[in-house]
Design a protein around this ligand. Structure first.
Ligand SMILES: [Zn+2]
Length: 125
């Protein structure tokens, strides 16, 4: 039995997000992509986060900013609220020091030549 996956799927990491991180499989749905991106934050896989962002949107993100965001937080858990077609609503729980935070987002994904990408997100207060 290996470690449970960071995305809270109740699967082990090697049967969940790892194949996507290794590039041996492509997420079949936006929800799976969303989960693998959350796990990538937890594991500080910055290149994966860039690769899975839609090519038209990549210029909006700087590698060092993603890295700072990923490494300055402790990623506690992921909750998928709703996943429908190209949208995934989720809550990501994280901690900065002893302070707990929750990021609530409705993400939009886009499929290009059979591959899903993160397009953009709208945030809830
Ligand atoms: Zn996972």
């Amino acid at each position: 039995m290996t470690d449970p996956c960071f995305c809270c799927s109740n699967l082990s990491y090697d049967h969940c997000c790892q194949p996507y991180h290794l590039g041996t499989a492509k997420p079949a749905t936006p929800e799976i992509l969303m989960r693998s991106r959350y796990s990538a934050y937890a594991l500080h896989l910055i290149d994966y986060l860039i690769q899975t962002t839609h090519p038209n949107k990549r210029h909006l993100y700087k590698k060092n900013e993603i890295e700072n965001w990923a490494t300055s937080n402790h990623w506690v858990k992921l909750e998928i609220c709703k996943a429908k077609k190209d949208k995934v609503e989720f809550k990501a729980y994280y901690q900065q020091g002893i302070q707990a935070y929750m990021h609530h987002e409705n993400s939009t994904f886009k499929k290009e030549q059979g591959v899903w990408y993160y397009l953009e997100g709208s945030y809830f207060d």
